[in-house]
Design a protein. Structure first.
Length: 594
């Protein structure tokens, strides 16, 4: 009896399996040219663009490996990742590369595989080599790896953007960037490879050859097109949501990198000595790109879009609405504020009337509490508006709140990427006076290297005058990171003067930007206005790259004793005269005895 039951149970199981094959077939059958698009799963893959043919190229080896793992693809991928880390640790680069390739066969559509391993190749592996040529070779390997990833993940904006990032930032910012940029310009074979993806002939620099910054811009623009066309194809809005193609990357930073590539190119060629009209044209292009960026719709984390260039128009709209609102509600704001002030405690009123520079730790909390209690909102004012104007005032108050919120968010986003500074920088660098100022410094330093101090001094002093004019028109440039390069030039100028027993005058035309700078405190004091005691001179390091980033030796304390064989400092810095003449070395017996 038990055998009969077991037999019939097996028959039922086999029959159930056979019956289930029919719905499984209709659900999972692949699409073909002869039917209506395959089963339900195939139709869903086609609808949402998830089929391998939609995602990118179909690799037979990859498909075979995924099939051979029999559902253990995740385990196999983890083992390969561990092997890759081991090979990297042991510096077995060929094995590391081969293992990385195997990982991509198992996970061709996992974006982080391509990003992570490309970063490994271009950044971590490349620095293990001493020769910059070998380093450049591995940077290219990382780029080629990313390009292959874009084939398997067609038009994925993250991969396209990261390809542009390595092309620009790694080649253009590395310690070996001078050699890397030159090798990139001359690498015709790599240009042929890149031409299959982006048209590098549209990214030629001043010498008629592709420039890494301009090529990176082509990748960024292609990534932007991928985002825009993907949103249009899917019928989606620009709002950030679950279908965000950037997957965690800030849209603000994402769209900022393309115009910044033009700026980086213009700035870089100036440091390479390419000045005059060539640099001026580069800044004109950069300015145009920055203005276009300001007109672009940027998705925000608040669920709406904004344009960075709309700040002035938003402020103008707010001012006009405020003016109309004040006409409707004359005197109501002051009346409400008086009522709220009268309701404060005596301590809060006293704190509210205390000047900020005279407040202490007990007064501050009372002051801010009182400010909050006496603030008057547009809605409160609108509620007390005359009956005939109340509804209109309420709507206007709501619009003002929305517009002020938008303006505040534009300001926040602009400050995140330093939008105002780069806008001003692009304008300033196009000025003829700025171009001439940079040319004067460049020529002065060439004359200094050629041991022509008198000519170098004339060019330096002409440059300082021109920079003073630039700073008068664009004062914010003084606080810019780029001004550090100017400070370094002034530091080199001062060392040249000191070699001839001269020094900067107290009324130096760029004195304001040197106050508090290392190497100038002995002349112009610290940022707080303090000046070291007479005779206390700061040590000025030799070399051309001192500055805040490269620490100079600490100043001696006022009570420090001089070295036994140190020569006494002069009573005051000598005054500049018309010519620079070498100071004769003192006679052997002229040195003061210890």
């Amino acid at each position: 009896m038990s055998q009969s039951i077991s037999f019939w149970r097996k028959i039922i199981y086999v029959a159930a399996i056979a019956l289930l094959l029919f719905p499984l077939y209709f659900i999972g059958r692949p699409a073909s040219r002869r039917d209506s698009g395959g089963g339900k799963l195939a139709q869903l893959r086609q609808e949402y663009g998830l089929a391998q043919a939609n995602l990118g190229e179909i690799d037979p080896a990859s498909e075979s490996m995924k099939l051979a793992t029999l559902g253990m693809r995740g385990v196999a991928a983890n083992l390969l990742w561990q092997k890759a880390f081991e090979y990297k640790k042991k510096e077995e680069w060929d094995n590391f590369t081969a293992t990385t390739r195997q990982i991509t066969k198992l996970q061709p559509n996992y974006i982080m595989v391509w990003e992570f391993q490309a970063h490994n190749l271009s950044y971590n592996v490349s620095v293990e080599f001493d020769d910059y040529r070998h380093r450049y070779h591995w940077v290219k390997k990382g780029l080629s790896f990313l390009i292959e990833g874009t084939h398997h993940n067609r038009d994925n904006p993250r991969l396209l953007h990261y390809t542009g990032w390595i092309t620009g930032q790694k080649i253009g910012r590395a310690d070996e960037h001078v050699q890397f940029r030159q090798m990139f310009r001359e690498d015709d074979d790599f240009h042929d490879e890149l031409n299959q993806e982006v048209f590098v002939d549209n990214a030629v620099g001043y010498d008629g050859r592709p420039d890494n910054w301009l090529v990176s811009r082509l990748w960024y623009k292609r990534a932007e097109r991928s985002v825009d066309e993907g949103a249009m194809w899917k019928g989606k809005s620009h709002l950030i949501g679950d279908d965000d193609p950037l997957r965690g990357k800030s849209p603000l930073i994402f769209h900022n990198d393309a115009p910044m590539s033009n700026i980086n190119y213009a700035s870089t060629i100036e440091t390479e000595g390419i000045l005059g009209e060539t640099a001026q044209r580069a800044w004109i292009v950069a300015d145009k790109g920055w203005m276009e960026f300001g007109k672009r719709l940027i998705p925000t984390t608040w669920g709406h879009v904004l344009r960075l260039g709309d700040l002035e128009s938003a402020k103008k709209d707010i001012a006009q609405m405020r003016e109309r609102f004040e006409e409707m509600t004359k005197g109501i704001r002051e009346q409400i504020k008086e009522e709220k002030t009268a309701a404060l405690t005596s301590e809060e009123r006293d704190a509210l009337n205390t000047p900020l520079d005279k407040m202490d730790e007990d007064t501050y909390p009372l002051y801010y509490d009182a400010m909050g209690k006496t603030s008057v909102s547009y809605a409160e004012i609108a509620e007390r508006a005359p009956a005939a104007e109340r509804d209109k005032a309420g709507r206007l108050a709501s619009r003002m709140v929305d517009q002020e919120t938008l303006a505040g968010r534009i300001v926040h986003y602009r400050s995140t990427i330093n939008y105002d500074y780069w806008e001003m920088r692009c304008k300033a660098e196009q000025e003829k006076i700025t171009v001439e100022a940079r040319e004067c410094i460049y020529k002065a330093e060439k004359e200094k290297e050629a041991a022509n101090p008198e000519k170098a001094r004339e060019l330096y002093e002409e440059a300082w005058k021109k920079w003073a004019e630039v700073f008068e028109k664009y004062p914010r440039l003084k606080d810019d990171v780029e001004s550090e390069d100017l400070v370094k030039s002034i530091r080199r100028y001062r060392r040249m003067l000191q070699a001839y027993d001269k020094d900067l005058p107290q009324d130096f035309i760029l004195r304001d930007m040197l106050i508090g700078e290392e190497g100038f405190k002995d002349l112009y004091g610290d940022a707080d206005g303090s000046v070291p005691e007479e005779g206390m001179k700061e040590t000025i390091e030799k070399g051309d790259d001192e500055g805040p980033a490269a620490k100079t030796p600490a100043e001696p304390t006022p009570d420090a004793e001089p070295e036994p064989d140190a020569e006494p400092e002069p009573d005051a810095a000598p005054v500049l005269d018309a010519t620079l003449k070498p100071v004769a070395a003192p006679e052997p017996d002229a040195s003061p005895s210890p």
